[in-house]
Design a binder for this molecule. Structure first.
Ligand SMILES: Nc1ncnc2c1ncn2[C@@H]1O[C@H](COP(=O)(O)OP(=O)(O)O)[C@@H](O)[C@H]1O
Ligand SMILES: [Mg+2]
Length: 222
């Protein structure tokens, strides 16, 4: 069974969506659309009655709802919130270690669609590169039991992860960026990796975000 992505254009590129029981890294620079793509993905599931959860280490619930209010197709997030869609804001402080975060996620019941925004905050709490990688492996192994998780990741320049193995640990990598194609600046979405699926590599699609919603434009070869 495929998990629809919330973007029709992406579902057709991926032959129906993401494979089930997978963890997908959604990486990109600031403002490339990671949070909105994730909310759009979650709402797609909530509308079908699936159990959905957004775990935010960044924005609190009020900020996420405010972002949704500005976009017509995301307004329904409020309707499902507290029903089959939960928004959990976790503040990492001195008392919350990476191990404790993994324990919190492991204490959750089965969730159809899970978002973790973002992995960079977890990196701050890895004492060493090795301990971060070990906990990341453990976290990914556990969240694979959920139907589909988007692990959001802030990246610099054209990198697809932080350089600490996130792209290797996960089943798929979707990279968001800003590009200039034919002198027109635009947001782009590129599928770098997706286990169990065939897709055309290195094809970037325009990601359109406006007040009516999110959609994928036509493919452009880079
Ligand atoms: N209502 C809107 N209309 C048009 N663009 C919007 C709207 N709301 C947000 N955006 C765009 O989306 C960007 C934020 O996307 P976001 O998903 O928060 O990025 P990221 O999580 O990758 O940092 C904003 O910088 C803005 O350009
Ligand atoms: Mg964000």
């Amino acid at each position: 069974m495929k998990v629809t992505t919330g973007l029709k254009g992406m579902d057709s590129v991926l032959n129906g969506g993401f494979p089930s029981n997978t963890v997908i890294l959604v990486s990109g620079g600031p403002g490339t659309g990671k949070t909105l793509v994730a909310l759009n993905f979650l709402l797609e599931g909530a509308a079908k009655g699936e159990k959905c959860c957004y775990v935010s280490l960044n924005e609190d619930e009020g900020e996420l709802l405010r972002a949704c209010k500005g976009i017509k197709s995301l307004c329904d997030v409020e309707k499902y919130k507290g029903k089959n869609l939960a928004i959990e804001s976790i503040h990492l402080g001195e008392s919350l270690t990476l191990k404790k975060f993994v324990d919190i996620i492991e204490s959750y019941p089965h969730i159809d669609r899970l978002i973790i925004d973002n992995v960079n905050k977890l990196l701050m709490f890895g004492d060493t590169k090795t301990s971060y990688r070990i906990h990341l492996t453990e976290l990914v192994k556990h969240i694979k039991k959920m139907n589909c998780t988007l692990l959001l990741c802030e990246t610099e320049n054209d990198n697809i992860d932080t350089g600490n193995g996130e792209a290797f640990e996960t089943d798929g990598v979707i990279n968001l960026s800003f590009s200039e194609l034919e002198e027109k600046p635009m947001r782009t979405l590129t599928v770098h990796k997706l286990r169990y699926t065939s897709f055309e590599p290195k094809i970037s699609h325009e990601l359109i975000i406006n007040s009516s919603g999110l959609k994928l434009g036509s493919a452009k070869i880079i």
